[in-house]
Design a protein around this ligand. Structure first.
Ligand SMILES: NC(=O)c1ccc[n+]([C@@H]2O[C@H](COP(=O)([O-])OP(=O)(O)OC[C@H]3O[C@@H](n4cnc5c(N)ncnc54)[C@H](OP(=O)(O)O)[C@@H]3O)[C@@H](O)[C@H]2O)c1
Length: 325
């Protein structure tokens, strides 16, 4: 089997592709042949030791995957060889083969390709959790999505559209904004050249109901100030590298709320609720109500470059690694 290995916490390019014979399969586990592994912003943080959880090297990065069950342990009766599956694993996905506990696996409907299955778990679960469990988004409301051409951003645009919201996508380049329009955004803001607060208020008829923020930095306060009465700022992440401090008077004014979202910790602590949430997402994709972007694919050997591209803001949409044969 082939695995991408982080031997020391360092720049993404320092990961190496290694070959090793597979060990024996534990009777309680399932062996999955990985057909695609999604690349997420967080993977590049893990290998540099910059994420809040700091695994000791050596480890294999990669937080989500799709594949086919190759073998099942003697004690497993919930899966059979040939089943198509996906899994959120935190670490370990950038490889050609992985052994997992059966309850980590989710079945993939026929209608969803391996590459989409490998890249929709984290982004759509986060977006779905944020809008349906935290912001309680309602049909007819408006949402401004920051970093809208990124993984979580595009998923949020799609989920918001499916829930009947008016969507405004904010991103930093023309090509990213074009992708958002192609993916169904009603309006767009180039926050590298336009004033986010002013444009968000104009485009939403006086103020947004929801601002969704996976970026952080100065845009967060501008987003908060663009909210209307009872508006909600949803704090998702800090891809810009800057964790903003917010003026509390801007929360008080207009009865606004600031909502934190930590889908990963919630999913870990509530596996059954998360499995139900994932089923909601997959059923909506299967019915054609959600339409995850088809990712760009790269070979496993390009894991370092793929993580670097995400960290340097060069990716529009999703990336995945394909181990091949
Ligand atoms: N809270 C949760 O449960 C949860 C779950 C999943 C992910 N997250 C977090 O959400 C954030 C986004 O994740 P993602 O997978 O959507 O990442 P992504 O695909 O890389 O997208 C992030 C977006 O942020 C923007 N950005 C602004 N400044 C940046 C910078 N200096 N470097 C990189 N990107 C920058 C970019 O858009 P523009 O160029 O258009 O500005 C980029 O498209 C990450 O911080 C991640 O850890 C949180």
């Amino acid at each position: 089997m082939r695995s991408v290995v982080c031997r020391e916490l360092d720049v993404p390019e320092s990961v190496v592709l290694e070959e090793s014979p597979p060990g024996p399969l534990d009777p309680s586990e399932v062996r999955v042949r990985v057909t695609a592994a999604g690349v997420n912003y967080v993977d590049g943080l893990f290998v540099q030791g910059l994420y809040q959880i700091r695994p000791e090297p050596p480890f294999t990065p990669g937080s989500e995957l799709a594949g086919v069950v190759e073998a099942v342990g003697a004690d497993v009766d919930s899966w059979a060889p040939g089943d198509r599956v996906m899994a959120s694993v935190g670490l370990g996905a950038f490889c050609s083969e992985i052994d997992l506990h059966p309850n980590r696996l989710v079945g993939v409907p026929e209608s969803i390709s391996d590459t989409r299955a490998a890249t929709l778990g984290q982004s759509y679960a986060t977006a779905w959790f944020a809008l349906t469990r935290r912001a309680m988004a309602r049909e007819g409301e408006s949402i401004v999505v920051l970093g809208a051409a990124g993984g979580v951003g595009l998923a949020t645009l799609d989920v918001a559209r499916s829930l009947g919201l008016f969507t405004v996508a904010a991103a930093s380049t023309r090509s990213k904004l074009d992708l958002c329009i192609q993916r169904g955004a009603h309006e767009v803001i180039d926050y590298s050249t336009e004033d986010l607060k002013t444009r968000a208020r104009e485009l939403t008829g006086g103020g947004a109901d929801i601002v969704f923020d996976p970026v952080g930095g100065d845009n967060t306060e501008a987003g908060l100030r663009s909210l209307r009465e009872f508006g909600r700022l949803v704090v998702i992440g800090f891809a810009s590298g800057a964790i903003p401090a917010l003026p509390a008077n801007q929360v008080l004014l207009r009865n606004r709320s600031v909502l934190g979202v930590d889908w990963g910790a919630w999913a870990l602590g509530n596996p059954e609720l998360n499995a139900a949430l994932m089923q909601e997402v997959l059923a909506a994709v299967d019915r054609g109500e959600l339409d995850p972007v088809e990712p760009e694919t790269r070979p496993l050997s390009e894991a370092g470059a793929a993580m670097r591209d995400l960290l340097e803001r060069r990716v529009a949409g999703k990336l995945c690694l394909v181990p091949g044969n």
